[in-house]
Write a protein that binds this ligand. Sequence first.
Ligand SMILES: *Cc1c(COP(=O)(O)O)cnc(C)c1O
Length: 395
Amino acid sequence: MIAAEQIIYLDNNATTQLDPAVIEEMLPFLTEYYGNPSSGYTFGRQVRRAIDLARERVAALVGCEPGEIVFTSCGTESNNAAVNSALHLDPNRRHVVTTAVEHSATRRHCEIVAKRGCAVTVVGVNGDGNLDLEELERAITPQTAIVTAMWANNETGVLFPVEKIAEIARRKRVLFHTDAIQTVGKIPVRLADSTINSLSLSAHKLHGPKGVGALYVNKRSAFKPLVIGGSQENNRRAGTENVASIVALGKAAECAGAALAEENSRVRAMRDRFESGLLERIPNAFVNGDLEARLPNTSNLSFTGIESDAALVMFDRHQVCCSAGSACRTGSLKASHVLRAMSLSSERTRGSMRFSFGRFNTDADVDKALEIIPAAILKLRAMSPPTPARETAAV
Ligand SMILES: *Cc1c(COP(=O)(O)O)cnc(C)c1O
């Protein structure tokens, strides 16, 4: 095992370190307070109260009412539940509008929905990763059940104008869901004044544990559950609550809210220093995605003349953790669907890397990364000069 102190963790969009305050808050619910929150005696009711507090904390972070928060097993389940609900609400609406750059938690689900006989329209993006809102509006038909579009892209950090999309959907009388799993905890979210019908979030992207998430469902929006059984979560998500994880998500939300303003600018400054440092030191390096409408923590860069999975191996030797744009899964040659949707050249797609910062990164991490990464990229370029034959390697 590699000790965490030795690594330079620049992969906070993949998952994040647990906040020690979160662990402290959740532990008693794994040991002492094991009652079932649905039980009628005090030993159960005190657990129910801990869940209620977590619900209030999550609601406070996204600016909604506690009753609008449904706890789920992960962000993926939240996304699945939103689309599933829309398709079950009205049997005449058998059409989903989505985008070309969604996380697999939406993309794969939409593919299955299409195989089962629903129509799915995928709206594309331009070279900066931005949506054409007129194209999105034209995609909506009287048969459309739901529009689902992510708020912040997990690969590039590009932010979609979700309030504008929500407004279009409202005008067309269609539900709008947003995957805000990379957004919540990173930038302010206030759902009270919004026409977004549902929104997904996940604990492990905001310094909480893996395996717990939430779905915001606007109190005026109808909802059909995905997981059916007991009456937990006000009949919106059956199954005995994952109490310790829900408590942890609540604490993580509280910590994220308290740190948001300060962390937003500190993380942005680290990301910007890192990014401009690499651009200075490495010729033929490019930033992918809109520079303005972008999360403060994410930097997606392409280095021409290298393969990103080879760079990943090289960085790994120096304990730098980040993500490769191509070959997302080890052993697969597949290039990122996000960068392909942006019509980037195959060379730029193949040499793309994602670096994502978080609350536990320091300026020392940036300093070390700025020593290790340029040297590794220049070494890789020296080892494998580009040849035309490699053009065929991209899928
Ligand atoms: C991580 C992530 C998911 C999946 O969330 P899980 O909690 O890991 O299931 C979905 N969408 C986006 C944008 C993500 O970053």
